[in-house]
Design a protein. Structure first.
Length: 207
């Protein structure tokens, strides 16, 4: 892809309707296009960088026996009712809809319940453990205010990982191993360690 062939342009002015600093810079540089508050499209430039970042993270996760998959965005009501998190009084950021046959569905804001439901079909014995799976998935969250740019809006790409272990000790070992691997993946980007630590805590909170 030659730069001269790109349709993307840079802008001198900060978008008047954008309050997030990261989004302001990315829009001006031609990496993302703002569709609406909390929703952004990636231009060819932005997509190339995004894919490079994903590949760096992917290599580190694969090195610690992570297995990449992609879960569906559409989620069954029954899956989330089992834990009580379908209730809007418990989780108020669902995007919900109905199929033409009247079936209730939600658009995945997270995938803990869905991952557990799936893994139950494959993990039959302690001999099948440990397992760690991860994905780069588009999350949809009906946020009241979406002011964090591409970091967290109404539609954003998130890398989430889920681990399954024989006991709490083994789970802690996996947690520490994955934490170290994730730090390795962000180190080349020059991010501040404190920010990387916060990111690890959020990403691994559901492991």
């Amino acid at each position: 892809m030659k730069r001269s062939n790109l349709f993307v342009q840079t802008f001198k002015e900060i978008p008047a309707d954008e309050t997030s600093r990261n989004a302001q810079l990315l829009i001006r540089a031609g990496y993302v296009y703002k569709v609406m508050a909390g929703v952004y499209a990636y231009t060819p430039l932005g997509l190339r960088i995004l894919e490079n970042i994903k590949q760096i993270v992917r290599e580190e996760m694969d090195a610690v026996d992570g297995q990449e998959l992609i879960m569906s965005s559409l989620q069954k009501r029954e899956t989330w009712e089992a834990t009580g998190r379908w209730d809007d009084d418990v989780v108020d950021i669902w995007f919900k809809s109905k199929l033409k046959d009247g079936t209730d569905v939600g658009f995945g804001w997270s995938h803990e319940e869905a991952i557990v439901e799936m893994m139950k079909q494959y993990i039959k014995s302690y001999k099948d453990l440990p397992q760690s799976v991860y994905q780069f998935q588009t999350k949809l969250r009906n946020e009241v205010r979406a002011k964090s740019g591409i970091m967290r809006g109404r539609e954003f790409i998130m890398k989430d990982m889920y681990s399954f272990a024989r006991n709490s000790e083994e789970h802690q070992e996996i947690y520490e191993k994955i934490s170290k691997a994730f730090f390795m993946s962000v180190e080349p980007s020059g991010r501040y360690e404190t920010r990387a630590h916060d990111a690890v805590e959020r990403i691994l909170a559901s492991s």
